[in-house]
Ligand binder design. Structure first.
Ligand code: NAD
Ligand code: TDX
Length: 342
């Protein structure tokens, strides 16, 4: 029988973003006795509309703030058992245009949280990381696993890699009970419409074309967001301090294949694809070997690709107000400037 920890108060950072908000909704549905504090700076990617279901729940509290704000963090962390750190600048294209915020949040912010956790002797610090820290793969390379050396290639992935190293340093140097999860690409409800699925589905719903980078043959390993939430739930409760867990969807697809599936589900044709200039340093392929979390914690991805894609397209179709509110002039301007997309 595996040892299962319990917590009273959880600090979830970045809980107004895509995965963090899905995680908070998941936790509050599953655990009636957990107090969740959601600390989020509400950058362009943070959206409290993701959390309307729980805003009146007495077990949920929102605090607007920066994870790099020492005074604020030290004050909040006094009263929590565990930090689950989702807060990050998360979009590769933005890191290419301007990486300063990535260094601030992903590195300095994580460091501030680690210090606060260390000083207050927290039961657990769980850090949400990405498969991008491992670099990229050739077509015949074996998938990434926990032993793959770090080789990040974008300012985003370099900042995430630095944070992972800090987390491991706090385990090795101070004995802080840390865990890290390195997950592949997520898709599902509440994803900001700058990422592949959310951008393409919403563009098509608006009658606009979809900007596919380069030859569209880059490969990602796609995981439905709720499956990621289940994996994190298992790691924080049963994972071993000092360990890293790789999480993936066993679902390698080219961007072209994803685009064609979205077009099919929306009943549209390939003339809606616009091939545009490639992302600089575009990583060719990611894939994850999740044997460790499967063997040690019994996790496997549950949502089949076809079902996840259908649910995702339906969600954006049924929640037009949510994404229309986000797709503001500022956001469109960004894409127009970058790719000349109308
Ligand atoms: P997101 O961009 O949708 O959300 C990030 C959230 O962090 C936003 O709510 C934002 O307001 C908040 N934030 C940013 N800077 C902050 C700061 N300084 N202080 C407090 N809050 C701040 O990102 P996401 O896609 O939900 O990703 C969440 C985490 O998962 C990130 O750490 C990311 O690196 C990791 N990850 C994402 C994916 C993916 O496919 N989206 C895959 C693997 C790992
Ligand atoms: O307009 C686009 N056209 C396009 O061809 C966009 C936005 C993306 N793409 C391609 C680039 C990638 O090969 O689609 C693929 C997926 O792109 P993103 O959604 O930007 O994701 P990616 O760069 O793979 O990174 C994501 O997964 C790992 C998340 O944004 C990261 O936060 C996570 O760590």
């Amino acid at each position: 029988m595996k040892k299962t920890r319990t917590f009273k108060t959880l600090l979830v950072t970045g809980g107004a973003g895509f995965i963090g908000s899905n995680f908070i909704l998941y936790l509050l549905r599953k655990y009636q006795d957990y107090q969740i504090i959601n600390l989020d700076l509400l950058t362009y990617a943070g959206n409290l509309a993701n959390l309307t279901e729980v805003e009146a729940n007495p077990n949920y509290k929102f605090v607007k703030g920066d994870i790099a704000d020492k005074k604020l963090i030290y004050n909040i962390v006094k009263d929590v058992d565990i930090i689950v750190n989702f807060a990050a600048e998360s979009h590769v294209d933005r890191s290419i245009l301007d990486s300063a915020a990535f260094i601030h949040t992903n590195i300095m912010g994580t460091h501030t949280l680690l210090e606060a956790a260390r000083i207050n002797g927290l039961k657990r610090f769980h850090h949400i990381s990405t498969d991008e820290v491992f670099g990229h793969l050739g077509p015949y390379d074996p998938p990434f696993n926990e032993k793959t050396p770090y080789a990040p290639r974008s300012p985003y992935s370099a900042s995430k890699a630095a944070a992972d190293h800090l987390v491991n340093a706090y385990f090795n140097t101070y004995g802080l009970p840390t865990t890290i999860s390195n997950c592949s690409n997520n898709y599902g409800p509440y994803q900001f419409p700058e990422k592949l699925h959310a951008l393409f589905i919403t563009n098509l719903l608006e009658g606009k074309k979809v900007p596919l980078y380069g030859d569209g043959r880059q490969i990602r390993d796609w995981l439905y967001v709720t499956d990621h939430c289940e994996a994190i739930d298992l790691i924080i409760h049963q994972g071993k301090p000092g360990e890293t867990y790789c999480i993936g969807g066993a679902c390698e697809k080219t961007n072209l294949a994803i685009t064609k599936k979205i077009l099919e589900l929306l009943g549209q044709g390939e003339e809606m694809i616009e091939f545009v200039t490639d992302r600089p340093g575009h990583d060719r392929r990611y894939a994850i070997d999740f044997t460790k979390i499967k063997t040690e914690l019994g996790w496997v991805p549950k949502t089949p690709f076809e079902e996840g894609m259908k649910q995702t397209v339906e969600w954006y179709r049924n929640n037009a107000q949510w994404w229309q509110n986000i797709k503001s002039g500022e956001y469109l301007e960004y894409y127009q400037k970058q790719y000349g997309i109308k």
